[in-house]
Design a binder for this molecule. Sequence first.
Ligand code: ZN
Ligand code: ZN
Length: 474
Amino acid sequence: MNFKKILIPPLLVLPLILTGCGSSSSDSTETTEETVADTSTDASTDTSTDTTTDTSTDATTDSSVWIINTTDEVSENLYESGTNQGSRVNVQSVETETVEDLEYSVVSATGIANYQVTLSQDEIDTLNARPKAATDFLSGATTAEADVAFEFGEDIGFNSNNDCETTGGAGYWPPGPVCPENLSRTGYFPNSPEPATDDVESGLGAMGYWVNGTSVYQWGDGQSYNNEGVWQTLAPVAEVYDVDVCGGHAANGDYHHHFSSDCLGKMVNDEGTDHSPIYGYAADGYAIYGPWYSNGVLAKSSWAMRDYDDASSTTGCGTVGVRDCVLVDEFDVAAGVVASADGPTTTDEYRSLSGNIFIASTGFFYEDFYWDSALTSLASEYLDQFNGHDSGDDLGYHYHVTITQNDDGVQTPAFPYTIGPRFYGKLQDNSIVSNMATVGGAPDGGVPGGGELPDLPLCEADQEPEIGVCIPVI
Ligand SMILES: [Zn+2]
Ligand SMILES: [Zn+2]
């Protein structure tokens, strides 16, 4: 299934109401920049040298799920940095390689997508109704026209980051995010993944590849209320105006989706009439399927939201609307709550780094959610704490991207959106997560040690980004 020219109605600009899921709290400081590399324990092997390469392609794996560029197609809008040479799109190759007796699919990809997008008039209207449309677009409104297809990276009037001048893409991304770069990277995905024996947290940065070779990111955007490490914001919520019409954006050149992308769903022909096809693979080797469990039935997150608005709730903090406590363990709600730094009340406003104002209602922060084991037990479409299941079909254990859908068909990402907050499977030493320290690296602003890359902060015109904060331009 190779890249196709498909007309893709993009995901509607996401409503900011989080429907239906819950939240968790966490020990305040631990979760901010947790690095998978630190918490994984598979210490036994040293993969640095002894690899045997089998360059015969994809013998045993289902490589057909990857969107492989067999024609050297290049992007019309995104270029090799500083040149007018279009970057190759999608996945370049998938090969099988054995490393220390474990077989991997080795996926080479640029990280550049080739989505084609067609917006309806309603979607155009939604774009133009953005709260900061007057400055988000150079002329105050998108130049995209209803029912006229455009390509990934094509100028639709956004006031993009200056960075886009070196790679192309100006006008496709809203202000803030940088433009994507050809990363020419390789990811190792074990063909026989195994469950983890320890808790393996997902971190910032790539934790999987979507089937078009772009990055899977988790719930976080690396930001928290007053930068205190607790009350961490959720990328699909706080950055809803900071993603493109396909629900993605780049950090450090790395184009990624934090949640289900309708553009990707169209590429893999997911009609919602059956169990979804594979949308990507997590770094542990388990597949990430689309949002559908069966015909018209969504796979359901079993993460529930705390109840701050009932003073007697065991998940709240005793005073209506107040956030001054977090759950002791978001995976065990019975463990109760513990005092924390204050967060906004559920009616307070929260100003994101891109200057958009949100009401911090329940579901705005990571700490608002907990895993409800009773939901997981309810029915087979309810997922576990890792956002996956083995529902007894021939798919084995797998993750799902999770969304909710209202009666009007409007879809909203549902926490934890992709996988996580922990991996189900063991991370091998050569996983893309473990490699981030060398692939990403501190020179681009990565976090030393783990190499987990937060989304670049989105700053006002009179500010400029530092790591994690905006500072006034002097
Ligand atoms: Zn499933
Ligand atoms: Zn992001």
